[in-house]
Design a protein around this ligand. Structure first.
Ligand code: PLP
Length: 399
């Protein structure tokens, strides 16, 4: 490797120009196409992580690349003081996929989409009715408010004091949720599948019960679909598995297939709690990101993204279950976790897999997360099974 290449890709803690919020990167990728990535040395990888459930249509999808290039040559940015065409079209499509009757606020990330939902819940609830109840094990973002909404105290303890008004209850436990409700509560915020928390799906009984509880107590049901939204779980949105209609839905990740864009959708009567000036963003929904999202949604509807996720998810489950090191496979559609047999360290397996040209991540110390492109092929899946078997063998050989 040349000296210049070493300098530009070196992320070891002492010499990196980047803050040490992530461990030093083991690999630097320079190119991607479909389910494949290539690193600085030209080594090819099969990507089963999809940039953390983002690249649902695979890397460098031509429709997205073409939309970006065309929009970049047409209009990049005007601010949200003015109308732009692609954003309106994306908002209409999202509203249709969510059943209609809602309005959208665009953001640049999932955390910002949840910030919007939290602010909307506070505006809707009014003074004194502002608390958001979320679940232990949840993940909602890294801004101070979404961090406090996140039900993982180890992630926020060091950053106190945090914005107040957040309460956490046991996951999938309706009684625990009910006993946390008092007149100060405005909203319940839940993921259909806890992604970062280990790929733990909600039950239909739980989501149905939460909807009923919200109706009875006059609360908003806010569903965080940042990781689960847009086909990944086998429905357009994860909550659609459970037959409920939320009041507010947030999304991001797959919406831009790698271009930063998120959205907070709310039923129109809830969205009406916001007045001009209550919330804003310079970049959210700007033409370049919205053009990418418009292309993504166009392709997703054309290929029936939820059906792709269902079919490929069932096949990937079979591949994983066939490996004797996997104790259990959980998740929905193509958002899966492989729980490993006792004594196997998922972090060691993920590192060994990378060595074998397979990108997965250890979502917990004992489980691997898989969130590949919805367009993954049967050949890719067979390849994934073989590379994973090699990775397990490498870990065994090293112990
Ligand atoms: N909500 C959920 C369910 C997520 O999985 C994530 C990110 O992983 C977020 C929110 C935060 O999204 P972002 O990293 O785009 O801010």
């Amino acid at each position: 490797m040349s000296a210049a290449a070493t300098t530009t890709t070196d992320t070891t803690a002492s010499t990196s120009p980047l803050m040490p919020t992530y461990p030093p990167a083991a690999v630097t990728f320079t190119r991607g196409r479909g389910t494949r990535l290539w690193d600085v040395d030209g080594k090819e990888y099969l990507d089963l992580l999809g940039g953390l459930a983002v690249t649902a249509l695979g890397h460098s999808h031509p429709a997205v690349a073409e939309a970006l290039a065309a929009q970049a040559q047409t209009l990049l940015h005007t601010s949200n003081l003015f109308g732009t065409v692609p954003g309106l079209e994306v908002a209409r499509t999202l509203d249709r996929l969510l059943g209609g009757g809602g309005q959208v606020f665009f953001t640049n990330s999932g955390a910002e989409a949840n910030e919007c939902a939290i602010k909307l819940a506070r505006r809707w609830g009014g003074r004194g009715k502002h608390v958001v109840v979320s679940a232990l094990g949840s993940f909602h973002g890294r801004t101070l408010a979404t961090l406090h909404a996140t039900g993982q105290p180890q992630k926020w303890e060091a950053f106190q004091p945090l914005p107040e008004g957040f309460r956490h209850v046991a996951w999938n436990d309706l009684e625990a949720l009910e006993s946390a409700i008092d007149p100060s509560v405005a909203a319940i915020l839940l993921e259909p599948v806890q992604g970062e928390g280990g790929v733990n799906p909600a039950t239909a009984e739980y989501f149905g019960g939460v909807r009923k509880l919200c109706d009875e107590r006059g609360l908003l049901f806010v569903v965080d679909e940042v990781q689960t939204g847009l086909g990944r779980t086998g429905e357009w949105f994860g909550h659609q598995h459970f037959g409920v209609v939320p009041d507010v839905v947030t999304m991001a990740k797959a919406l831009g297939n790698g271009v930063p864009i998120g959205a907070c959708w709310a039923k129109a009567d809830v969205a009406a709690a916001f007045e001009p000036g209550d919330h804003a963003t310079t970049y959210g929904g700007q033409p370049l990101a919205a053009a990418a999202a418009r292309a993504v949604l166009g392709v997703m509807e054309e290929i029936d993204a939820p059906a792709q996720a269902r079919e490929a998810g069932a096949k990937l489950t079979q591949v994983l279950e066939a490996d004797p090191h996997v104790a259990e496979v959980r998740g929905l559609g193509l958002l899966l976790a492989a729980q490993l047999n006792d004594g196997i360290d998922a972090r060691e397996v993920a590192a060994a897999a990378l060595g074998r040209g397979l990108v997965v991540n250890a979502v917990t110390p004992t489980a691997l997360r898989l969130a590949p492109s919805l367009l993954i092929t049967d050949d890719d899946l067979a390849d994934a099974g073989a590379r994973l078997a090699q990775a397990f063998a490498d870990v065994e050989a090293a112990s």
